[in-house]
Ligand binder design. Sequence first.
Ligand code: SF4
Length: 674
Amino acid sequence: MESLWPQIEPLLDKVTKPARYIGGELGAQNVEHGPDLVSWLLVYPDTYEIGLPNQGLQILYEILNERPDAAAERSYAPWVDMEAAMRTAGVPLFSVEGHLPAAGFDVLAFNLSAELVYTNVLNLIDLAGVAVRCDERTVHDPIVMGGGHCAFNPEPMANFIDAFVLGDGEEVVGEVNEVLASHRCGTARDDDDPTRRADLLAALSRVPGVYVPSCYAAQYDSGGRIAGVTPRFDGTPDRVEKRTIADLGSWPYPRQQLVPLIEVVHDRLNVELFRGCTRGCRFCQAGMITRPVRERPADQVRTMVSAGLDRTGYDEVALTSLSSADYSAIEETVTGIIDDPSCSGQVSVSLPSLRVDAFTVGTAAQIQRVRRTGLTFAPEGGTWRMRQVINKLIREEDLYAAVDAAFSQGWKRVKLYFLIGLPTETDEDTLGIVELAKQCVAIGKRYHRSVTIVASVGGFVPKVQTPFQWFGQNTIEELTRKVHLLRDAARPVRGLTIRWHDPKATAAEGIVSRGDRRMGAVIEQVWRNGGTFQEWSECFDLQLWTDALEANGMTLEDAVYRHRTEDEVLPWDHISAGLHRDFLWQDWKDALVEYGLPDCRWTPCYDCGACTGYGVEHVVASAVPPAGGSQGTGQDLSSGGQVPVRFLPTAPSGAAPALRPGRGPAELVGEGRN
Ligand code: SF4
């Protein structure tokens, strides 16, 4: 492969932010290619600023480049000005390291973290000069792969992605590489045998955690509904199970986080505290599909932080996870980082995902010692009733205590995140958002003359592999009405700002998120009609989506707004995140009767399937649950002997704290649950 740099360089003074395309960041690998190495292009289908910090991509980038039989480079979606310049000049998609043409790699691997990037994926495959549809690719084309949370309903992208990887990528990426190497795949090989690509895909379909759509056929019933997705060949599994790494401590990546040359989102050192979440919020796909909890040892977190700060020069570290204050060793970890003499007392710590009932004055005091980073809490629902439905069992007192802790430690601005359009939601629940936020403003005024509470409101999109996967999404009109309710109620409250997500974009996300294989035609039509960067408000166009739905004989009513039934085959039923379908259905029914479920990290297992099905268990750094450790439900932690938890060897011991009074365990777990 030859570098395209001589053709790329003249384009750069015509486009915005040319540094997006030049590479050369601290942490970028010096990648050597060779005939015996499988070459990977890891592609983030959004701009450089959004894609560069992505930790999943950086982890795979390092793991692959450490292998003797692989070489990996990166690419990001060129912004519309650069894409136009590239198409005019005949420059294809290229890597940022060697500026090599994408079509010359053996694999194009896409990170699928949001549904509205799907049209960008098609655009990038096309910009690479590769056929957009799998069945039009030849033996000389790269294998197109996809991974990330959206892979848990792969069907809408089944016509375009040759193979999906489900779950944690650290181990399976090596197994995939071995299959690719043994099948002499891709453009670098000169064998024209057309069966080689099919053989390779069949071999990939036998790797645990890999789903190859062309090895499965979709059936439909007489009413046009999906009737099943079944294997076409012997040896192809009926159901593809996700991959789970048992021990995050064995994978201390990224070791060399990339430091960009221009400002990007999350521009700081990021260190992952743990993977998985067992709080059981019923709307949260990330929490459901990443179970069980696997905490990184506290010593390793501290080492990764100090080595990372030293190497990158950052003065801020984010301790990342789905709910960082739930890390069982959170306070000592934050204190240890801030007191680390090698950090010279200059490092600020941010905890991007904060659970309000686990946020204490102690944590607040620690993280503001150097510099106050932004604070966001996510109560999600405006009333206790609503939060019981969604199983986000934080009480108003929990939120007020967290906000009080923040204001008392000097914060003057706090962001709250809520969802509207949740199952069973009433106007009282919606308006409860303003009531909560108003109280938070009042708490802030006890400490400061002027405070700001920003209530950020998103429209709920039901996600696959969650208890809410059967729920019919609110219409655009209904979400818009709720936004107006909130806006009007908030107007007289000084210090409260309401921000909301466009209900039209929420509908478009809903179109794709639960679609079957036929939704691919809609995605393709939106792309062919110019619909790229649909995550960006300046590019988003709902009309493209509704026109494409109509042209393909579908409606918003059926695709988005319709409740699914218990006996209905779901397009993703052959894909497993470990969660038993009957667990999810029972949890959906529990939601409708406002029935809570505790955090199974600290309380007995209710056999959702995520641990029991895969022989893995929760791994925690400390025997002491953090504040709010069992959903604030009063669950008796002394009964934790039935919980599949492994304590890390360095864990300090200690007694379980008393929990707030609440509902008892039998009532919480519910009768008849498996
Ligand atoms: S299998 Fe049990 S312990 Fe594991 S996540 Fe599910 S409910 Fe929790």
